[in-house]
Design a binder for this molecule. Sequence first.
Ligand code: GRF
Length: 208
Amino acid sequence: MPKSPIRIVILVGTHGRGSNMMNLIDACREGEIPGQVVGVISPSSESPALLRAASAGVATLVVPAGDRHSERLLEGIQSFDPDLITLAGYMKRLDEAIVGKYPGRIMNIHPALIPSFCGKGMYGHHVHEAVLEAGVRYSGCTVHFVDEGYDTGPIILQTVVPVEQDDTPDTLAARVLQQEHATYRQAVKLFAEGRLQIVGHRVRILPA
Ligand code: GRF
């Protein structure tokens, strides 16, 4: 059982809007998640998400790409002493040194139903374009634990969203994004309550 309230660090991308990040910050402040977002890390000081975090009064840290990136990222993460690391629009794969340091304590959200429409290169509008091209009737979002692969870690929660006849990648992305926010809150809340147990590649949700 993690100590409560848990300390959460959020990793955002260079071009991230930060809607999932803000959603988690708000859920903690509203008391829905027994946690606190103690820091937001981005590869760029220009990242819209990072600027939003700073104006919301959350500590921010920039760890630019380049030499010893992974090592510096690990140092940055450790400086916040987190219980949980959440990725919200962070595009890079985390290397073994980071994943190995926080087993079962790193989460990501993906805007499709894993194991479909995921993996290397499947991010942002690419995902929704591929979904529409495939002609599937349903898409959705997935919150999963992070391992060394691309979108391959144990699945925590999924929410299904219908694909409408006249959808464009943008309309589908907007419908999925709404569910991303609700699903990510729920997954982080379950973690903070100590109710997620990884068994093999499956995640058991323990009763309250
Ligand atoms: C979301 O669609 C998320 O699923 C994906 O990146 C996007 C980030 O959006 N990993 P935002 O910056 O949280 O608004």
